[in-house]
Each structure stands twice: as structure tokens, then as C-alpha cells.
Design a protein around this ligand. Structure first.
Ligand code: CDP
Length: 214
């Protein structure tokens, strides 16, 4: 029986949509680990903490209460919309490259799964670092242009597709070049992960491809 599913991939590949659908299908809960890194970045910006100040951000993350579910809260404050802004998009990779932040959040992510004994977990390093023993590992990707178009539509914040594409490419570059738990490229994905390219595919088609792997 599939109990733990890991979904990794670059920005805007459709991980959240897929994770939601897989979770519903299997009757499991879902954890969006990107929302946790975004919550830390949001709080740093809100408190005027320099996101490159490793010690200050690491300490802040350790003390921060983060709840990630239908709503996202930090220390009880609802930041569901606030974490999905261009400002957080630009700040989050620096926060995610911070080893202290990763230690804190990875421990909480493993605890989340341990408490439930199951779940669908999405991010960048879930199949490689957080849950290497997951029953199913999916690496979801899509062409940069398509990811930018989807993200621009989703956000509707006035940024053009070209601007969103530049931001996504920058974030992917930072996420895949960092020293700790980098996002791997599709060609370097471990043998035990299934790579799915969602370019030109509906969410339903992608879900069926994943379910076929169960
Ligand atoms: O939704 P999108 O794919 O744009 O990004 P996200 O999943 O919300 O993740 C936001 C950022 O958090 C990423 O760009 C990474 O810098 C970081 N992240 C990470 O380092 N490790 C994870 N497991 C999840 C996210």
C-alpha cells in the first residue's frame, strides 16, 4: 500500500495541483513544504531581517510557529496570500539555502509524516533528503515557458509572462546551485523516482500517469 508519496520539481511545475489530487485519491493528507520556506521568508521581510543574514534567519525560523494546511499561518497570523507574492518569490531561495533553516524545517517535515505514518509531501528535496524511503517518488517538470504562463495566470499580479519566466529561471538556478539539498535536474533524478514532464498535459492526464505507478 502506498502511504508516503514525495513530489519534487522546479517552480511552477504543477506540484501542488498534483499533490492535492494524489492526496484525495489515496485519502491522505498533503504537506506543501514550499509554503514553510515561504513562511520563513515572509516573516523575515515583515520583520526587516536581511534574508542573507544566516544566523538571524536561522534563529528566527527555529522559534517561528508555522501551520501549513488549507490556510498558512505564522505565529497565528494568516499569511496564505502573503506568502505568494513577487517579493517572497524573490526572497525565498536565499532563505531555503540557509542550512539552519533547512535543519529546522526538515525536522518538522519528518515529524509531520511520522505523526501520521503517511502523506503526500511536495517540495524540492523530499525524495532525496527528507523522505528517501518514500513509497513513491515523483519528479514533476514542465517547459519553462509553460510554467511561466501557468504561474502568471495563477498570480494575476500584473507581471508579464516574460517577467515571471525570468523570476522562475532565477529561482531554479539558485535552488539547483545551492550547497545543501539542491533541486536536481530531471536527468540526475535518482533511479527510484519517476520523472513526469507535464508540458501540454492536463492535470488529469498527469494524475493518471502517477496513479499508473502505484
Ligand atoms: O510553488 P513553487 O514551485 O513556485 O515554489 P514552492 O514549492 O512554493 O517553493 C518555494 C521555494 O522554497 C523554492 O523556490 C525553494 O527555494 C524552497 N523550497 C526548498 O528549498 N525545499 C523544499 N522542499 C521546498 C521549497
Amino acid at each position: 500500500m502506498t502511504k508516503v508519496v514525495a513530489i519534487d520539481g522546479p517552480a511552477g511545475a504543477g506540484k501542488s495541483t498534483l499533490a492535492q489530487a494524489v492526496a484525495e485519491h489515496l485519502g491522505l493528507e498533503r504537506l506543501d513544504t514550499g509554503a514553510m520556506y515561504r513562511a520563513v521568508a515572509w516573516n523575515a521581510l515583515d520583520h526587516g531581517i536581511d534574508v542573507r543574514d544566516t544566523a538571524a534567519v536561522g534563529e528566527m525560523a527555529r522559534c517561528l510557529r508555522i501551520e501549513v494546511g488549507d490556510r498558512v499561518t505564522v505565529d497565528g497570523k494568516d499569511v496564505t496570500g502573503g506568502i505568494r507574492t513577487a517579493a517572497v518569490d524573490r526572497a525565498v531561495s536565499a532563505v531555503a539555502a540557509n542550512p539552519e533553516v533547512r535543519d529546522t524545517l526538515v525536522a518538522r517535515q519528518r515529524q509531520w509524516v511520522a505523526e501520521r505514518g503517511a502523506g503526500v509531501v511536495e517540495g524540492r528535496d523530499i525524495g532525496t533528503v527528507v523522505l528517501p524511503g518514500a513509497d513513491l517518488k515523483v519528479y514533476l517538470t514542465a517547459g519553462t515557458g509553460e510554467r511561466a504562463r501557468r504561474r502568471a495566470t495563477e498570480r494575476g499580479d500584473g507581471r508579464s509572462v516574460a517577467e515571471v519566466e525570468t523570476d522562475l529561471e532565477r529561482r531554479d538556478r539558485l535552488d539547483s546551485s545551492r550547497a545543501v539539498s539542491p533541486l536536481v535536474m530531471p536527468e540526475d533524478v535518482a533511479d527510484d523516482a519517476v520523472v513526469i514532464d507535464s508540458t501540454g498535459k492536463s492535470a488529469d492526464v498527469v494524475l493518471r500517469e502517477v496513479l499508473a505507478c502505484l
